[in-house]
Write a protein of this length. Structure first.
Length: 230
């Protein structure tokens, strides 16, 4: 996945995927909940299989909680294993040792960017997925690329100008954007580093799992009670 095309094309492909999955989540998740609520309110006339199947599909794709969690690091410890190409696919480790979550860093344009002075116009993000193309998740790492020199910037495909590296440190990864030579003032950091690890990346996805599961169980129970002979 995303292995055999250029960095620019790969970033554009993931950005397009972001938009598609974002629209799907925005429209289908509320529709799924409303469908389950309608089935719960009238279990005799409404089938449960179709809304349950839709909820399961959403739970395994756009509405799931697992992914890569990013946190800002003030200083990076020495890495135990180097993966210098920040544009490659890396693998996060569950519980610090189980390699189950491939991920890739990419850049996405901020909607309506450029309206404010010195406002970031891109975000550095990480998209993760399990080995099968399910349980995909996107997490924002940081806002990037503004006229403010205190904001990091990375342009995919131009690593010689803005160097993004991903370093392995035990069960976690460290993503670092280095400032290029010539930007060096005393108050400007030489680099920006974030810790990346597998975890609960979407509390909203976790809430959807709980609510959809609860509605499906209660609807099935209510249907069983209404169909039982009195």
């Amino acid at each position: 996945m995303f292995l055999f095309i250029s960095a620019e094309d790969t970033n554009a492909a993931i950005e397009t995927l972001d938009s598609i999955l974002g629209f799907a989540e925005f429209f289908l998740v509320p529709a799924s909940i409303l469908w389950l609520v309608a089935a719960w309110r009238d279990p005799k006339s409404r089938g449960l299989r179709a809304p349950t199947v839709l909820a399961l599909i959403l739970a395994l794709t756009v509405a799931q909680p697992f992914g890569v969690v990013a946190s800002k690091e003030a200083g990076a410890p020495p890495p135990t294993e180097a993966e210098p190409n920040g544009e490659s696919v890396h693998v996060a480790h569950l519980f610090g040792f189980l390699p189950v979550l491939p991920f890739r860093l990419y850049q996405r344009e901020i909607f309506l960017s450029g309206l404010g002075e010195n406002a970031p116009n891109e975000t550095l993000r990480v998209r993760s997925w399990f080995w099968l193309p399910v349980l995909t998740n996107a997490t924002q790492v940081a806002e990037t690329c503004s006229d403010d020199v205190l904001t990091p910037c990375w342009e995919p495909g131009y690593s010689s100008e803005q160097n993004l590296t991903v370093l392995r440190d035990g069960g976690t990864h460290l993503a670092t954007i280095d400032n290029p030579p010539g930007r060096g003032e005393a108050q400007i950091p030489d680099s920006f580093t974030w810790k990346l690890r597998a975890g609960i990346a979407s509390p909203a996805g976790l809430a959807y799992w709980g609510l959809a599961g609860f509605l499906a169980i209660m609807t099935r129970r209510r249907r069983s009670q209404s169909s039982s002979p009195t």
